[in-house]
Design a protein around this ligand. Structure first.
Ligand code: OAD
Length: 307
């Protein structure tokens, strides 16, 4: 894809944002690092930490491998404590999250495709979000397949690194029927008796968060929206991702060549082999705050103390 000759500068980006009506945002772990949540591939990021803590894993990505989880969910849950959003982050997501929310309030956001599993897009009120790699918002028992929404008590357990077991399979549900059920089974819950482990393997009744592990398909909502969104988009804004995981990483290449593509990231994403029209390199909260100021949006986005 050749670069568009008329889009070169920060002020071109601001004009584009002013004039676009169907903006696709594609974001990744970089938009949450200012909240203390590590990204995956940077120095000191999740994969480096996993490697140091679990040297017996051949590849740090195995922490997010379904078979590994079924055999032993403890490493995942121990580590989840380090990447689960703190209370404060849920109350006040990053400037980037809040900027994307403002794009939506302005009627400019076609969709926010996030690879993040921290659920902060929901916390920021971005309703047009596709959670491409799922999120912690739901839990499903790997034994009885029952699914339910995460509750405050689960959050507490995850932050302490504890494995969450299925109340139904362990019989805990009956014990806590009166004080727990109402908060657990909110609108997201759905029951199914399909049992996994049909190949003879009988897993422990562990609740697996609704994040997409390697070996699992992306959520159906991704496939339901992507084609139409790629057709309708009039601008692509990529923020805080190394664009290394397909199929999300293929989105820029799948857009019509005439659609402007902007990158906001600490580094170029060379491995993705994409020709962006403008690459704004640096801290994404800082850059996006500058853009918000140039758009006259600072007041709408509110307190900018994090930047
Ligand atoms: P990565 O860790 O691969 O990339 C994060 C990118 O954000 C890097 O290029 C960083 O330089 C950049 N970055 C970090 N902090 C930043 C900041 N404050 N300002 C600007 N840029 C910053 O994370 P993702 O691309 O999101 O998949 O990873 C994609 C997927 O790979 C994840 O969803 C996960 C992982 O395997 C699954 O878990 C299925």
């Amino acid at each position: 894809r050749p670069k568009l000759p008329e889009i070169n500068t920060l002020s071109d980006v601001v004009s584009l944002l002013r004039n676009s009506e169907n903006i696709l945002v594609l974001c990744g772990a970089g938009i949450s690092t200012s909240l203390g949540i590590p990204d995956f591939r940077s120095e000191g990021g999740i994969y480096e930490r996993v490697q140091a803590r679990y040297p017996f894993l051949d590849d740090p990505q195995m922490l997010f491998d379904l078979d590994q989880f079924l055999v032993d969910p403890r490493p995942f849950y121990e580590f989840a404590a380090e990447i689960f959003p703190p209370e404060e982050a849920l109350r006040k997501p990053s400037f980037c999250h809040r900027f994307i929310a403002q794009l939506e309030r302005s009627g400019k956001l076609l969709r926010c495709y996030t690879q993040n599993i921290d659920g902060l897009e929901r916390a920021a009120g971005i309703s047009r979000t596709i959670f491409c790699h799922g999120s912690f918002d739901t839990l499903r028992c790997v034994k009885c397949n029952r699914s339910r929404a995460i509750c405050e008590q689960d959050r507490h357990q995850i932050r302490r690194g504890n494995v969450i077991y299925c109340e139904r399979c362990t019989g805990e549900e009956a014990l806590h029927a009166n004080d727990k059920r109402s908060s657990l089974d909110d609108g997201l819950a759905s029951d199914s008796e399909d049992s996994c482990g049909s190949d003879g393997f009988d897993p422990e009744p562990v609740m697996k968060p609704g994040i997409v592990f390697f070996g699992e398909p992306l959520p159906q909502e991704f496939f339901d929206s992507i084609e139409d969104d790629l057709r309708r988009a009039d601008m692509l804004l990529v923020i805080g991702t190394s664009l290394q995981v397909a199929p999300v990483a293929d989105m820029p290449r799948s857009l019509d060549a005439s659609v402007p593509q902007i990158l906001v990231n600490r580094e170029v994403v060379a491995r993705a082999r994409i020709q962006f029209d403008v690459e704004l390199l640096g801290d994404c909260d800082f850059i996006v705050r500058l853009i918000a100021e140039l758009l006259g949006w600072s007041d709408k986005i509110g307190d900018t103390e994090r930047c």
